[in-house]
Design a binder for this molecule. Structure first.
Ligand code: R5P
Length: 304
C-alpha cells in the first residue's frame, strides 16, 4: 500500500520533502475559493487503496480548516486506506480552559473536528500548557516532533558563548532542554501579559549573562510582543543584542518589523510556517514521524 501526499498552500515544500522518505507519490490538489468565499476542493489524483497524507499547516486556521476537512472526507469516501494530517503548526491550543463563564474551549472543539476526519496527526511542538498531551483532546494517533534538537544544533553552530533565555515560564520546556544540549547556562525571565499586545518582562538574574550572548527561545512568535519586551529588557540591563530563536513563525501584523526594530541581533525560526526567517529545517524529522504513522496499521494503534 503506497501513500499519496497532498500539499496545501504553504506546505508544498514539506509535501515534496515527504515523498522520497515515504516512497510516496505526490497528489494533485485543486483548491478554489468562490466569490462568496465558499471552498471548492478536488483530489485530482486517485486515492483508492492508498494511505493519504494531507500536509496542511494550521496557523490562520479559519481559512484552512474547512478545505482540509473537505479533502479528508473526500479521501475517505474515495477509498483511502487511511487519512493523516501533517500540521507542522497546530493552531487553537491556547484556549485550554474556561477562564470566564461562557467561554468556548476552542482547543477541545478544534481537536474534535480534526479527530473526526483523520486517523492520525503529526505536528511540531504543540503549545501544551494545561494539557499534558494531545491525547487529552485528540481522539486519533498523534506524534509530536520536538524542535529542540535542531534549535540547539543551530545555536551551537551560529552563536559563540550563548546563554539560553526563556522569556516566560511556559518557554522553560524549550529553554532548559536547549541549554542542556548546547551546554550553556539557562535564565528564565518573568512575563506579565495584560493584553494581546501589552506584555511586560522582567530580568531577575542578569548577572548570570556575563559576557555571553543571550539567545531568546520561545515556541510561538505571534504578535512578537513577548520577544520585543524581552529584547528591550535585556538591552536595558546591559546585555549585548540578543538573538531570537522561535519554533513557529506566526508574525502577526507588524510583528517581524517591530521585533527587528527592537534591537535583536538576529531573528531565526524553524520552517513549520513558511517565513523569510526560517533557518532551521525540520522536514527530515517530520518525514521520519510521518513514515511511522503511515507504516502502522490504523486499527492496531491507540491514541497518543
Ligand atoms: C506563550 O505562552 C507562548 O509561549 C509565547 O510566549 C507567546 O505565544 C508569544 O506570543 P506573542 O508573540 O504574541 O507575544
Amino acid at each position: 500500500m503506497s501513500a499519496v501526499v497532498f500539499g496545501f498552500p504553504g506546505c508544498e515544500e514539506l509535501a515534496g520533502a515527504l515523498v522520497g522518505p515515504l516512497g510516496a507519490s505526490r497528489g494533485e490538489l485543486v483548491l478554489h475559493r468562490f466569490p462568496d468565499e465558499e471552498n471548492y476542493v478536488r483530489l485530482a489524483t486517485p486515492v483508492d487503496g492508498h494511505a493519504v497524507v494531507l500536509a496542511c499547516g494550521l496557523d490562520r486556521a479559519e481559512r484552512k480548516l474547512l478545505p482540509l476537512v473537505f479533502a479528508a472526507a473526500a479521501a475517505r469516501e474515495l477509498g483511502a486506506v487511511s487519512v493523516g494530517i501533517v500540521a507542522p503548526y497546530l493552531g487553537y491550543l491556547r484556549q485550554d480552559a474556561r477562564f470566564r463563564e461562557g467561554e468556548a474551549i476552542t482547543s477541545a472543539t478544534f481537536a474534535k473536528v480534526l479527530s473526526e476526519f483523520s486517523d492520525w496527526l503529526v505536528t511540531v511542538d504543540p503549545h501544551l500548557h494545561r494539557y499534558r498531551g494531545l491525547e487529552e483532546i485528540y481522539a486519533l494517533r498523534a506524534s509530536v516532533v520536538r524542535a529542540a534538537p535542531a534549535m540547539a544544533r543551530w545555536i551551537r553552530d551560529n552563536v559563540p558563548q550563548p546563554v539560553i533565555v526563556g522569556p516566560d515560564a511556559e518557554s522553560e520546556q524549550w529553554a532548559a532542554e536547549i541549554a542542556r544540549r548546547v551546554n550553556a547556562p539557562c535564565v528564565m525571565l518573568e512575563k506579565t501579559r495584560r493584553g494581546d499586545r501589552d506584555v511586560e518582562v522582567s530580568v531577575p538574574r542578569i548577572e548570570s549573562l556575563g559576557s555571553r550572548t543571550a539567545v531568546l527561545v520561545d515556541d510561538i512568535i505571534s504578535s512578537g510582543r513577548t520577544m520585543i519586551a524581552a529584547v528591550r529588557q535585556l538591552l536595558r540591563s546591559g546585555a549585548r543584542a540578543p538573538v531570537c530563536v522561535g519554533v513557529h513563525a506566526i508574525f502577526a501584523g507588524d510583528a517581524h518589523d517591530a521585533l527587528a526594530a527592537s534591537g535583536a541581533a538576529r531573528i531565526v525560526t524553524c520552517n513549520t510556517i513558511a517565513h523569510p526567517t526560517n533557518a532551521i529545517d525540520l522536514n527530515g524529522a517530520i518525514a521520519a514521524a510521518v513514515e511511522e504513522m503511515v507504516g502502522e496499521p490504523v486499527a492496531a494503534a491507540g491514541s497518543g
